[in-house]
Design a protein around this ligand. Structure first.
Ligand code: FES
Length: 402
């Protein structure tokens, strides 16, 4: 079928201009001096302030929560640059040097966004059995220590274009931190939505921020229901957070936000089906990668206990790294002292995206967030990918903050 397009005189003139555009641009480029552009654009400055490469922070204070096995670290800017603003629910990725390893760990910000404008972030870290970085932070970090952090990251926040006015938050242990930030933001008027928190703890004594949460419920947009797994007490729900319990406290229309340990996510998988919520109304905070990948039904039997060599190409440098099939590739690279970009460590942010030159690997379906183009061109997220043979990997470099 042919289409007749009538082009008037002005249209023809426009087309001619369009045709010559690349020549005109080329001429202008050739005529321009080869000086660095020094102009200061407000939009660029705002983008840099909101999304700095890294923030140099100093620990100004540490608050102990001994019964919960946790500490709150209060950070201020260490170089007088303003702290990047954030949405309540976002996290910072801390860069830590532990022995010979350069590792990063994401922690939800528990302070209110307004506190960032006043030059302060708070992160609450809880002891993590079998963990590595959290326990080093808890036992060794002290006031005055310098820590490099990412810009605030993540999509775990209330979005009025997507969410109804009601949020039901399911929190376990230190998973309360993003919701504490949200509650503080509601209380100071930064955010405007209704927040019902179902907060699971083992015992009353182990409830993190119990006093402050009670204080925050004086605001009628905030409701907190404590659920104790190991204790029965008047005024508390007992057991685990189930679909039945969510139904008991949830309003008619709501989004469900979940943040807690891996065991809680696993338990809730079955419960969520009973709630039949639209997918867009369920959000999980970073899940981390499973600690026991060999238990995945799809994990190849032959790879159990195996170890391989991952050859890492970073720019002109090539490093051979020993890697266990049951450990994410990112962990092996960090252990070898390589500086590798990462933020979420959950397969979500794409920061660690690397190109597989050769080799086999296993990427658990629960963490499959790669774009179609990446899946079909052999790009992986090493934070949630496990080697199944010797591999050659092209890994991007990382800003070290030093
Ligand atoms: S660190 Fe975010 S995808 Fe790997």
């Amino acid at each position: 079928m042919s289409v007749n397009v009538k082009v008037g005189l002005i249209g023809a003139f426009d087309m001619l201009k369009f045709k010559n555009m690349s020549k005109v641009r080329e001429k202008a480029i050739q005529a321009a001096p080869a000086n660095e552009i020094t102009a200061d654009y407000a939009v660029n400055n705002n983008a840099k302030a909101l999304h700095p490469d890294y923030q140099k922070l100093v620990i100004s204070r540490i608050v102990d929560h001994p019964a919960a096995g946790a500490k709150t670290f209060v950070f201020e800017s260490a170089d007088e640059k303003p702290l990047a603003y954030f949405r309540a629910g976002q996290y910072l990725s801390l860069k830590l040097k532990i022995a010979e390893s350069a590792v990063s760990r994401p922690y939800s910000i528990s302070s209110a966004p307004k506190d960032a404008l006043a030059g302060r972030y708070e992160l609450t870290v809880r002891t993590n059995p079998g963990g590595f970085a959290a326990d080093v932070l808890l036992s060794e970090a002290k006031a005055g220590d310098i820590v490099y952090a990412s810009a605030p990251q993540g999509n775990f926040y209330y979005e009025e274009l997507r969410d109804p006015k009601n949020i039901v938050a399911l929190a376990g242990g230190s998973g309360i931190t993003p919701f504490l930030s949200m509650a503080r933001a509601i209380a100071d008027g930064t955010e405007d939505f209704n927040l019902t928190i179902l907060f699971g703890s083992r015992t009353e004594e182990q409830i993190l921020f119990r006093g402050e949460l009670a204080e925050l419920t004086r605001n009628d947009k905030i409701n907190v229901v404590h659920v104790l797994s190991d204790e029965e007490k008047p005024g508390y729900e007992h057991g685990f957070i189930t679909a039945e319990l969510v139904k008991k406290y949830a309003p008619e229309e709501y989004s469900l936000f979940i943040c807690g340990p891996e065991a809680m996510y696993r338990f809730l998988e079955g419960e969520l089906d009973k709630l039949a919520l639209p997918r867009k109304n369920v959000r999980r905070e970073l899940m981390g990668v499973t600690k026991n990948v060999a238990a995945d039904p799809a994990f190849p039997e032959s790879a159990r206990g195996a170890s391989f060599t991952v050859t890492v190409r970073q720019g002109p440098r090539e490093t051979a790294v020993a890697a266990s099939a049951e450990e994410p590739i990112l962990v092996a690279l960090e252990r070898a002292g390589l500086t590798v970009p990462s933020r979420c460590r959950s397969g979500e942010c794409g920061w660690c995206r690397s190109k597989v030159v050769s080799g086999e690997y296993y990427a658990p379906a629960a963490h499959e967030n790669r774009r179609y183009a990446d899946r079909t061109t052999g790009n992986i997220h090493p934070c949630v990918t496990f080697p199944l043979s010797d591999m050659v990997l092209e890994v991007p470099g990382e800003y070290t903050g030093e």
